[in-house]
Design a protein around this ligand. Sequence first.
Ligand code: PLP
Length: 400
Amino acid sequence: MTRLRVYDDTRALFHLPDGVIYLDGNSLGALPLGVAERVNRVITTEWGNELIRAWNTAGWYSQPRHVGDRIARLIGAEAGSVMVGDTLSLKVYQALAAALDMNASRKAILSDTGNFPTDLYMAEGLIATLGRGHQLRLVAPEEIEAALSEEIAVLYITEVDYRTGRRHDMAKLTAKAHALGIVTVWDLAHSAGALPVDLAGCGVDFAAGCTYKYINAGPGAPAFLYVSPRHANVARAALSGWMGHAKPFAFELGYAAAGGVERMRVGTPPVLAMAALEASLDIWDRVDIKEVRARSLALGDLLIAEVERRCPSLEVVTPRAHERRGSQVSFAFDGGYAAMQALIARGLIGDFRAPDIMRFGITPLYIGESEIMRAAEIIEEVIAGEVWLRPEYQVVNAVT
Ligand SMILES: *Cc1c(COP(=O)(O)O)cnc(C)c1O
């Protein structure tokens, strides 16, 4: 397999509409050209001709584990430790349930106020379902380290903050948590495909992430769950569906968990969505995530410098230190929502997160220096020219 140079070889492997500069791959990655052909092949030859036989003949049944192994490479996970399926909301629920179970005498879950709300909502739902008096403790992201103590059962955080792009130190926090007997659950939503992650090296217990952001597998693409091999045969699968059973096709009346991460499967996998994910991984298999990271940091530095120079009213909220940021650049601006609508109308697609954050995702597989320079020009036109004050940009859509 020949290596692909990031951007120089990979840009042509994506479809992007003419006239669009796409800085929102942190929310929904761009479309790899190989997806349509791959999904079409699965529909016509596998589903169409093989029908039910395809579960065996086309490998549909074992696909969630095989695809998991391809993702494992991107996140520094051991082979056989990643399972694909469901949504990230469900995968963090499963991980948190298993982690709490491993630390049953403790009642506190520690997270931060920068976490993505669904992670927090799923924790609340799990706490109510368990009914054992657990509590969710939220502190500011900078206070996480100091808040680790022997009262905490699980450290439950997202490595890169979806609003600001601030990055936690996974190695340091995991080591400190372990020294205090705390089990760790890391959300990699804004890490997988964005920067090198070393789950095995950091000794992380559980991790989960999605594939429709930086991995480019398409809207609604399945999520993944990592379980450290240390725990894979003992972790309790809270969502004990038939596909995670030791012998699903024995149709036994009682549940018995499969060995290893296989127990984290729930029900029938989304085969068509999985085909799109496989096509996106055909690119990832051939690029070096370290090269992606180096380019992302350089492009992020360029965007920060150009926007600061042209638009002093935009406040950079992303940490400047390379090791403390992910792969997005965010600016705080009071008219952020309207300004983003004006940018989108001019072909620069980023997004807005309440209350005042304008986000720009940096995805070096299909974004290079010329796109960043053009983006800075459009931002200057909208902000310095006060274009965002026009009434048509003040209308708020359902999805921001
Ligand atoms: C994007 C994101 C999610 C989304 O969850 P879904 O179940 O895929 O909708 C969850 N957590 C974090 C941290 C995210 O950034």
